[in-house]
Design a binder for this molecule. Structure first.
Ligand SMILES: Nc1ncnc2c1ncn2[C@@H]1O[C@H](COP(=O)(O)OP(=O)(O)OP(=O)(O)O)[C@@H](O)[C@H]1O
Length: 345
């Protein structure tokens, strides 16, 4: 089956400023993708290009086999059958929850319209709020109404721009999981912009990582976390430290945090490499590959403790250790890397 959404070699500019370059990816029917990246990297610009609000300078966007954007021709947003949910919900304050959801269903006969509204109220679990007004709802409830309103006309694709950013951390994560469930139930494909990696991990079948105007990786969240394509991706999807590495043998690297044995030899080996070490992939304990580091600070986080260690060369690194490890500031601890991510130049 051809992909639902296909973005090919897309370039977007504001004036002469290139915002996105060579962006290509495909989204299948029913898939949810999250776009993750630092502030200003072009996430909203990409979403607006898909929605039809943003012209494209080069490349092509296709939806269900029709080309909807090229530099020469652009299908207007209202003809794309794409739903959009904004950060600020943008509900109509003078309409009830049920009327908000029914807003895009004016062309349907009354009975069908009412049945679709009931179905959506149930899907977002707001049946008892049908006659309330938006100001009588919490932020999370308002966002669920906005989602129901956007899904009501059965769009081919739903775009959500930072949909959870006005909510507190706890609610954000649970709503991200709920939105994924709702989209699955409806079978609606979606692209969700976020700058919160845990939201992206929870909500997305696919994760697109943008940085420096480029789509650095388009993959499942798990693969992106385990095998980041670039050092920029590694930093965006997880906390850690980038260390210089020297290749001693095709499968052995020396770093300031000890030696690292690789599961397989590096092809076309270069002498100098970069090794990204996540804070949870540092293991204390005597070992031939370990170096002795000094505890400079510790912060109790609940189930884990975040330690700052000074390595023999003076570099400070962070390690997240479980409750079985208790080290006092000033003490010396042998440390080694257990799951490195290696980047060749
Ligand atoms: N109308 C505009 N005119 C000129 N430059 C713009 C315009 N809108 C956005 N930009 C620039 O384009 C770049 C990308 O902006 P965009 O809003 O797409 O980023 P973002 O990744 O969504 O950021 P954030 O996470 O902060 O919302 C930024 O450098 C921004 O300053």
């Amino acid at each position: 089956m051809p992909p639902l959404l296909e973005v090919s070699d897309l370039e977007c500019r504001y004036g002469n400023k290139v915002i996105l370059e060579s962006v290509s990816f495909a989204l299948n029917e029913g898939e949810v993708a999250c776009l993750l990246g630092p502030s200003g990297c072009g996430k909203t610009t990409l979403l607006h290009a898909i929605a039809g609000f943003q012209p494209v300078y080069r490349g092509r966007i296709s939806l269900a086999d029709s080309t909807i954007s090229t530099p020469a021709a652009i299908t207007p947003p209202e003809q794309r059958h794409i739903g959009v949910v904004f950060q600020d919900y943008a509900l109509f304050p003078h309409l009830t929850v049920a009327q908000n959801i029914a807003f895009g269903l004016k062309s349907l006969p009354k009975a069908e319209r009412e049945s679709r509204v009931r179905e959506l109220l149930q899907l977002v679990q707001l049946q008892s709020f049908a006659q309330q007004y938006p100001h009588q709802l919490s932020g999370g409830q308002q966002q669920r109404v906005a989602l129901a309103r956007a899904l009501a006309p059965r769009p081919r694709l739903l775009l959500m721009d930072e949909p959870f950013s006005n909510l507190d951390t706890e609610l954000r994560r649970s709503l991200a999981a709920e939105v994924r469930h709702i989209l699955r139930e409806e079978g609606t494909a979606a692209v969700i912009v976020t700058h919160d990696r845990s939201e992206a991990f929870v909500a997305g079948d696919k994760l697109g990582v943008l940085s420096g105007g480029l789509l650095q990786q388009w993959d499942t969240p798990e693969t992106t976390y385990r095998r980041p394509a670039t050092a920029a991706v590694a930093r965006i999807v997880g906390d850690g430290t980038l260390l210089e590495g020297k290749l001693l043998q095709p499968d052995l690297i020396e770093t300031a945090l000890g030696r690292v044995h690789l599961p397989s030899a590096i092809e076309a080996p270069a002498q100098q490499l970069q090794v990204f070490v996540r804070s949870e992939d540092i293991q204390p304990g005597e070992h031939a590959d370990a170096v002795t580091a000094q505890v400079v600070a510790r912060d109790f986080l609940g189930s884990d403790t975040l330690y700052k260690f000074r390595l023999p060369g003076g570099r400070i690194i962070e390690a997240t250790l479980g409750a079985e490890f208790q080290f006092a500031p000033g003490s010396e601890v042998p440390l080694r890397i257990v799951a490195p991510v290696v980047f060749t130049p």
